[in-house]
Design a protein around this ligand. Structure first.
Ligand code: M6R
Length: 608
């Protein structure tokens, strides 16, 4: 997690680095720093807290002059978030500066080794061993020192290196953490994510693990682990910088919620041609599809909940058992699988460490892997046998919204596509469901339009000690995501339960005024959920219900109702999640929370 950025060109580096760090701040925001070389001097400034503090401290970069530099925004792993542990770190002789995203697993032994050679350590970080190894191995050849250091490190890391002996020259190293090069004219960059690059150039190179690059204003050279230059493809990024900016919204999260109809359309429409689903990027023959005897879905956090919500549709339409497992568990649970297993892996960032490790484990065991990923060229996309991209555009807010819904729509597409390949759907039913899918972006827009009362509802909810989200079938899966959204941005304790499960224990927690959000959107089980709403009302709970339009019973049972468009019940999560995203947004806003950067979290969890 942490974001790193580097720039070498003719203009002043510090403003470019600060701008890049602002774009990467979603990756971590407990401290930040930059190091800029000017002649043979390295100007270093770092500070606890957000990038705004660093901008103040450096007077927007004026106090750190120079045309080549590196920057870092931190999500602490080793050591408290203070000025000393903030990056960049300097070598003992002050000749090297390093920024680092990831974890050096063997840092303790390297630290002892360097200490025995007389090196002194000022911070608690693992990064200080890297910068001192560079000093130790440097005998006048920076590339050799980088390679020797690289060879000693174990773990996952992306590094940026600056040396006062080589002004204008940077090194960028990648091993299991994301790193992208930006190829400009007379200036070149590196960053953890394209959002920090696209204002300067749309031409990028995705580094692979084990590769490193030398960056000067004149060009970049990429090397393999043995130091041999390699040819790399330059990719043109389609994202515009506006896509990574707030565009008039108060928060990225609100902007991204509002973008969902568009993101869903962009993800869906190119894959429907002449009334058929065409998945060019995932063409599985009917024979191959029939060879799978189970489907396993894995992911972390919201991506896992998207998989869990879509499991119902895949199982119902394909009639293959579908299992879900958290990636952080799957990687260590000795999973039973072989070449008859289809693994569907979901990740917005494509870089989540647990998810990546789970995919590696399942591939070893013979599973075929389909990845549903938002970031093009990301690690998980590259690992998978087939990739289905969600065309959501950059998602900046830490709490995912359009990432989740575009994952859902791809999973629904896949459910229909696979069911057709398996011969499990009559032509008429296939066409009906496909039409239902095509209606979903519009239905999401109508749901957004109906949420006008949510700011008032959020105000009335205030800051309760607990919130409970209940529902049945697909609604129970949406409750998990709704409760997660509430927890992560408002810090209110929120739990999700299958509505039928309440009476087996959790109902003991209900008392006068307890806030319950009841989803009654899955129409086949509406009556059952209505009975559960009665049960919680009878215990004095305040109930906000979500129900399909036309269902007047909900108004009679609940205190407040938000009506959502009536869709194919299996696809209801796509609409029912919308009011829950907005509810958490407005509750958090009322409470004055830092919505886009909630405490203790980071957007891309690239550590275990
Ligand atoms: O990038 P990924 O989709 O792999 O991330 C997975 C989770 O870390 C992520 O969904 C997390 O739960 C979000 N903060 C939820 O809003």
């Amino acid at each position: 997690m942490c974001g790193i950025v580097g720039f070498s060109g003719e203009q002043q580096a510090a403003p470019v680095l600060l701008d890049g760090l602002k774009k990467l701040e979603y990756r971590g925001y407990d401290s930040a720093g930059i190091a800029v070389s000017s002649g043979s001097t390295i100007n270093l400034m770092k500070t606890q807290g957000k990038i705004v503090n660093l901008c103040e401290k450096t007077k927007d970069g004026a106090l750190t002059p120079g045309t080549a530099g590196i920057g870092h925004t931190r999500w602490a792993t080793h050591g408290a978030p203070n000025d000393t542990n903030a990056h960049p770190h300097l070598s003992n002789d002050g000749r090297f500066a390093v920024v680092h995203n990831g974890i050096v697993e063997n840092y303790a032994e390297l630290r002892e080794e360097l200490k025995s050679k007389g090196y002194v350590f000022l911070s608690e970080t693992d990064t200080e061993v890297i910068v001192n190894l560079l000093e130790y191995y440097y005998k006048g050849d920076l590339k050799q020192a980088v390679m020797k250091t690289f060879n000693r490190l174990e773990g996952a890391y992306a590094l940026g290196v600056l040396c006062s002996d080589c002004p204008g020259k940077l090194y960028a190293v990648k091993e299991a953490s994301p790193l992208i090069l930006g190829i400009g004219v007379g200036e070149n960059l590196f960053a953890s994510d394209v959002t920090a690059i696209v204002s300067y150039t749309k031409n990028v190179i995705y580094l692979e693990d084990g590769e490193f690059a030398e960056i000067t204003p004149a060009g970049v050279t990429v090397f393999d682990v043995a130091g041999r230059p390699i040819d790399k493809k330059i990719t043109r990024v389609s994202w515009d910088i506006e896509a990574a900016e707030k565009g008039g919204y108060e928060h990225f999260m609100l902007k991204e919620i509002m973008e969902q109809p568009h993101a869903l359309k962009a993800t869906l429409e190119p894959r429907i041609k002449d009334g058929r689903i065409v998945l060019d990027d995932c063409d599985i023959s009917p024979e191959k599809m029939k060879s799978f005897n189970k489907i396993l879905i894995t992911a972390c956090g919201s991506a896992y909940y998207a998989g869990y919500a879509a499991k119902y549709a895949i199982e119902k339409l394909c009639r293959i058992p579908v299992y879900t497992e958290l990636a952080s568990e799957l990687r260590y649970c000795d999973p039973i699988m072989d070449e008859h297993t289809l693994l569907i892996v979901l990740s917005q960032s494509g870089e989540t460490a647990d998810t990546k490790a789970a995919v590696e484990e399942c591939k070893k065991r013979g599973a075929t892997v389909i990845a549903i990923v938002n970031v093009v060229g990301s690690s998980i996309a590259r690992l998978a046998d087939h990739v289905l991209y969600t065309w959501a555009g950059p998602e900046i807010a830490v709490a995912t919204t359009k990432g989740y819904t575009t994952q859902l729509i791809v999973l629904y597409l896949f459910a229909l596509y696979a069911a057709d390949k398996l011969g499990r759907l009559e032509a008429v039913e296939y066409s009906r469901l496909l039409k239902e899918l095509e209606l979903l972006p519009g239905a999401v827009q109508r749901t957004l339009d109906r949420c006008r009362e949510l700011p008032e509802i959020a105000k009335a909810i205030g800051n309760p000690r607990d919130m409970f989200f209940i529902g049945r079938n697909v609604d129970s899966a949406v409750c998990l995501e709704g409760a997660l959204k509430m927890k992560e941005i408002s810090y209110i304790h929120a739990e999700a339960y299958g509505a039928g499960e309440l009476k087996h224990g959790p109902i003991a927690l209900l008392e006068e005024g307890t806030q319950v959000v009841a989803l009654a959107c899955y129409e086949p089980l509406l009556d059952k959920t209505m009975s559960n709403i009665k049960e919680v009302k009878a215990r004095g709970a305040e109930v906000l219900a979500l129900a399909p339009e036309g269902n007047r019973r909900a108004a009679a049972e609940a205190d407040e109702v938000i009506y959502i468009p009536s869709t194919e019940p299996l696809f209801a999560p796509l609409c029912s999640i919308i009011p829950l995203q907005l509810l958490s947004y407005y509750v958090a806003k009322e409470l004055g929370c830092d919505i886009d950067k909630p405490k203790n979290l980071a957007k891309s969890v690239t550590v275990e």
